[in-house]
Design a protein around this ligand. Structure first.
Ligand code: UN1
Length: 488
């Protein structure tokens, strides 16, 4: 640890504050683990309680704040985020590992999400109805949930917190924000953006620390009315069990095992680019990443050969180097998981066509670099075809026809995103109608999400509610029905 390393703080009730413990989390660069990026508090349960107290106080006035004020704050936050995109994107790249183009791009995406939700306070918040009683004015209105816990992952440390916080704030809620321990610096900068935008004290409270303490307290704390979570299925389910048992509303965005079906009529070059980008960008660390390619038998050989050639050509290196197509994995444990899955695939009899190893050449040994990996001859029941790997590993599965391809695509517990590559509209349409996925792409990659449309998965990939766009209102508000009669 360097002597000059900065000690960061929590943000509670509009003030930067030390945690109640001395525990620290040393943040470092996954591309060069010797590079320290600051020390962050490992907060205690008490810190969550302080944040809940501050949020509860702030809620009284924030929920009644004018649409003008909320819109102006979100709009200013968007402008600040755009202005600081290079700085925040660079911090994101340093602590998470994705390429600088992706880091800056994600920050600009954060600004776009804020812009969309800056309009939201002006959009309709209810409906009017006729009543059985002619004297009754009968209507509904959407009102906020209250204090909401926001538990976010490291893989989109700007986009995901923003797509939860922006609607949460627009609809009049207040937040306890617990970012992943691997990306606390980005969370700190996001909080600074809202502070600079003039968000009133206590409306957004940042509490750093481990899921086992801070996350668990958010799940248990009776002062928290809702929790929005993106992360692993196991942690999400545990959180759901605890928080829903005490009556809190919980939203989960979990894993994926996203397929691309390549039909025999597909243009191979186009299919290869779509699979490459979906599987290898962000080092495969997206819940929407492509991890299975299901190819119709007539073109399986040619497709696989072209994919392997293309994967071999990509440059792996530190994300901060603009020449890199793919950066490191986020942590030692992520690296271990990915390397373990590669062993599992080999042992299951899949054919390793390229990659498969940790990279140590050209100083890459200082970071968690694993070569982009393609397996061939993958069978649908193999663990590498069923379980989420969350790394730069893609398996090619052969299907004798499109019906079988869809059956294989649907034969996993997840249902987040799916794509088909075809030139035939009938094939595309049938796929859209039979695939079990919350997001479907025709001739584009499985990853990516525009800010104004619903995002979320089927089956084990989410808990039904959708994020982003106007769909976010479903989770962050509740409906009040009003029977309003004039006094007689
Ligand atoms: C995207 O594909 O750009 O954690 C967004 C994730 C998803 C978000 C994906 N919840 O990877």
């Amino acid at each position: 640890m360097q002597a000059t390393e900065r000690q960061y703080q929590n943000y509670i009730g509009g003030k930067w504050a030390d945690a109640a413990t001395d525990g620290v989390n040393d943040n470092s660069n996954p591309a060069d683990t010797g590079e320290a990026l600051g020390r962050f508090p490992r907060s205690a349960r008490e810190d969550v309680q302080r944040a809940v107290d501050a949020a509860t106080t702030a809620y009284t006035s924030w929920r009644r704040s004018s649409a003008t004020d909320r819109a102006a704050i979100l709009d200013r936050a968007a402008t600040i985020m755009e202005r600081r995109a290079d700085e925040i994107g660079r911090a994101l790249t340093l602590e998470e590992g994705k390429t600088i183009a992706e880091g800056v791009g994600e920050t600009k995406r954060g600004a776009s999400i804020l812009k969309f939700f800056a309009g939201e306070p002006w959009r309709p918040t209810g409906e009017t109805y006729n009543s059985a009683n002619p004297n009754t004015f009968l209507y509904t209105e959407r009102v906020p949930l209250g204090v909401v816990g926001v538990i976010t992952p490291w893989n989109f440390p700007v986009a995901i917190p923003i797509w939860k916080l922006a609607p949460l704030l627009a609809y009049g809620n207040v937040a306890i924000f617990k970012p992943a321990e691997l990306t606390p610096l980005t969370a700190h900068l996001i909080t600074e953006v809202f502070e600079e935008a003039g968000l009133p004290a206590g409306v957004l409270n940042l509490v750093h620390g481990p899921g086992s303490v801070v996350g668990n307290e958010i799940a248990r704390n009776p002062g928290i009315h809702g929790i929005t979570f993106t992360g692993s299925t196991s942690v999400g389910r545990e959180l759901y069990a605890i928080a829903s048992a005490r009556g809190a509303r919980v939203q989960l965005e979990l894993g994926g095992k996203n397929p691309v079906v390549v039909a025999a009529d597909a243009k191979i070059e186009q299919a290869v680019e779509i699979v490459l980008s979906g599987a290898m960008k962000s080092t495969g660390q997206k819940c929407t990443a492509t991890s299975r390619v299901i190819v119709e038998q007539p073109i399986e050989g040619a497709f696989t050969e072209a994919l392997v050639e293309r994967v071999k050509s990509i440059k792996v290196g530190p994300g901060i180097d603009t020449a890199s197509y793919m950066g490191p994995l986020v942590s030692a444990s992520a690296e271990k998981t990915v390397l373990d899955y590669i062993d599992i695939g080999k042992n299951e009899g899949a054919r390793l066509l390229t990659g498969g190893e940790k990279l140590a050449n050209d100083n890459l040994g200082q970071g968690y670099f694993v070569a982009p990996t393609v397996f061939g001859d993958v069978r649908p029941e193999m663990r590498i075809a069923q379980e989420e790997i969350f790394g730069p590993v893609v398996g090619v599965i052969r299907a004798s026809n499109l019906d079988e391809a869809v059956q294989i695509a649907n034969g996993v517990k997840y249902g987040l995103s799916a794509a088909i590559i075809t030139t035939n509209i009938g094939t595309a349409f049938n796929f859209v109608r039979s695939i079990e996925a919350g997001v479907v792409h025709v001739n584009s990659e499985t990853a990516g999400a525009e800010p104004h449309v619903p995002f979320g998965g089927f089956k084990d990939s989410s808990s039904f509610s959708r994020e982003q766009g106007r769909a976010a209102m479903e989770f962050f508000t509740q409906t009040r029905t009003v029977y309003f009669d004039m006094p007689s």
